[in-house]
Ligand binder design. Structure first.
Ligand code: ATP
Length: 563
């Protein structure tokens, strides 16, 4: 197949922003693509050569792309820079130079999709000495054979900036349109469910093109991430039982992060809820799984919770999020912030998918295969009850020991990947909202370097302001009036009265509404109280500092049962 056929589709897609039109264009193309060599070519429609969960990159920067244009087309680097300053899109620059060069010679491109796919794939695997030169050679080779338009899309693909607007949802619906035009709606749902199971467009495409039976046969495989099942939210125990039936299983809602543990023979891989592969960041979790879980192959669903290595106290999610991001010095961080794995589901075991098995049976298996060790790995703490009084007691105890709330689970439910279907419900305290004034702030780091990104907020006490916490979430990076770090920084800078390193004091003028989960006594702030999980919900230019919450409101809130 000629790459030109892909380019025609990119062009057609970029000319419309209407979803239905895009779907039609794609559906026609997918029917054609079906008979070609390789289902993986479908990734190219999104500017990729691997499934979305595979985080490997081409590793081509804008500079390198310019070098490749220089090497592949013999244009001087200064000319490329000059054009870049004028046009700003390297794809278009590549198109322009290629067209100029090949115009006169009646050039007609014979560039094959397989060639483009292969060269792009190789870029992801090159490592070590001479990497840059080898990458340049693969890209220049493609540009040397491409037409102007082809060059544009090759370069845009390399820079992960295809600009044709094909999101995963459109592609899924286009598959339904292409292969099941008579029952499009029903099949779109099935296609979505299969996608959530495999998260791989090529597998989905191949099955869909063969028909409904083939789609139904698609199975989970350890090592390939599955989208997790999600809870719906309820506000009362009674409501939880209404949805899940009686009796139901009750578990603590741990404040860590969701981890899918995959084992296939010797190979163990760990994925987050967003399908990010975090195996390298958590060698301690890999070890715990190797030594504490029986079985040749499995997929386990769990919450990894961080704790302080010295005090053995659990830490909130914010702390453990450093471990997800950390790519170096991992051993030192493990020593400081180990994790405990609270396993709450099993989706696959020794060669068999269990997603259609009832939860209670899956749970029984789970308990058999895990050898429990405190602070390392354990089945999630669970009770099964039909008593609302017992459930309430369980909930209150969970909050007392600092958990976020509880999860209630339906015993005879299957596992439904990627959905909030009501087989699990979560119950947490209501989020409340207080108006507070900003009295101090801290500069962010890295990308947020120039901005004040965390804010010390205070309430009123006898005509003064006393601090009740530090809030750093809720704002966007850039936006209007006070709802972004950028805008908030502009509001606060003129109010600075004192600077100490990263920290500034500001005169109390800016009022914000802050939501939080609960308020606890705390020696860290001058009010003697601190908010848990605070988040700015609104900037309140309409409020004055004398309108804000008082220490009495805070005391009342801390006793209000929002434990
Ligand atoms: P929010 O903070 O708004 O409640 P969340 O990040 O907790 O959102 P939700 O989808 O509302 O996300 O809650 C589900 C999450 O709760 C799961 O993804 C999982 O990470 C976590 N969780 C903690 N304990 C359990 C448990 N015992 N069973 C299932 N999920 C649990």
């Amino acid at each position: 197949m000629l790459y030109a056929e892909f380019v025609d589709i990119y062009e057609a897609l970029s000319k419309t922003s209407k979803r239905l039109e895009k779907e039609k264009i794609l559906a026609n193309f997918l029917r054609k693509l079906k008979d070609k060599d390789d289902p993986q070519w479908i990734y190219l429609l999104q500017g990729r050569v691997v499934p979305e969960y595979d985080s490997r990159e081409f590793g081509i920067s804008r500079q390198l792309a310019m070098k490749a244009i220089h090497a592949g087309l013999g244009v001087s680097e200064s000319e490329i820079h000059k054009q870049f300053n004028k046009i700003g899109d390297i794809g278009e620059i590549a198109e322009m130079f290629v067209s100029k060069k090949k115009q006169s010679s009646l050039f007609s491109s014979k560039l094959q999709v397989s060639k483009v796919f292969d060269n792009l794939s190789k870029l992801m695997t090159i490592e070590g000495k001479g990497t840059v030169e080898r990458k340049l050679a693969y890209v220049s080779e493609l540009l040397g054979q491409a037409s102007g338009l082809e060059a544009k899309y090759i370069v845009r693909t390399l820079l992960s900036d295809l600009r044709v607007g094909v999101a995963e949802g459109i592609l899924r619906d286009s598959l339904a349109e292409a292969f099941f035009p008579q029952e499009k709606k029903e099949m779109a749902d099935i296609i979505e469910a299969v996608y959530d199971l495999v998260n791989d467009l090529a597998i989905l495409f191949e099955a869909a093109s063969k028909g409904k039976k083939a789609l139904e046969k698609v199975e989970i495989v350890p090592g390939r991430p599955v989208k997790v099942m999600l809870p719906v939210k309820v506000n009362a125990i009674g409501e939880a039982f209404e949805i899940c039936g009686k009796p139901a299983a009750l578990e603590h809602k741990y404040d860590g992060f969701r981890m899918m543990i995959n084992k296939n023979g010797k190979e163990i891989s760990l994925f987050t809820r967003k399908l990010e592969n975090v195996t390298k960041q958590f060698p301690d979790a890999v070890k715990a799984v190797q030594s504490h879980v029986k079985g040749e192959s499995f997929i386990l669903d769990c919450e990894a919770v961080g704790y302080d290595a010295v005090t053995k106290k659990y830490k909130p999610f914010e702390a453990i999020s450093q471990r997800i991001k950390r790519k170096y010095d991992i051993d030192a961080l493990i020593k400081k912030l180990p994790v405990e794995l609270n396993i709450f589901d099993v989706l696959y075991y020794n060669g068999k998918s269990l997603i259609d098995m009832h939860f209670i049976e899956r749970r029984k298996l789970l308990e058999k295969i895990i050898s429990h060790e405190k602070l390392v790995i354990r089945p999630s703490f669970q009770i099964i009850t039909d008593s609302e009084a017992k459930a309430k007691e369980f909930y209150e105890h969970a909050l007392e020991i600092g958990e976020e709330g509880i999860m209630v689970k339906k015993l005879d439910a299957p596992y439904r990947q990627g959905r909030r279907v009501g087989y699990i419900v979560k119950l947490k305290p209501l989020v409340a909202d207080l108006d507070l004034v900003i009295v101090g702030a801290e500069y962010g780091s890295g990308k947020r370097g120039g901005w004040l990104t965390s804010y010390i907020v205070a309430c009123r006490k006898n005509g003064e302001f006393v601090e009740v916490g530090k809030v750093s979430s809720g704002l966007k990076e850039k936006e209007e009036e006070g709802t972004s770090y950028d805008a908030m920084t502009k509001l606060l800078k003129p109010l600075i009265t004192e600077t100490k390193g990263n920290y500034v004091k500001v005169s109390p003028k800016i009022v914000v509404s802050v939501t939080y989960q609960n308020i606890q006594r705390s020696p860290s702030y001058s009010s003697g109280y601190a908010m848990r999980f605070p988040r700015i919900s609104h900037y309140r230019p309409d409020r004055k500092p004398h309108d804000i919450a008082t220490i009495h409101d805070i005391e009342k809130e801390s006793r209000s049962g929002r434990l």
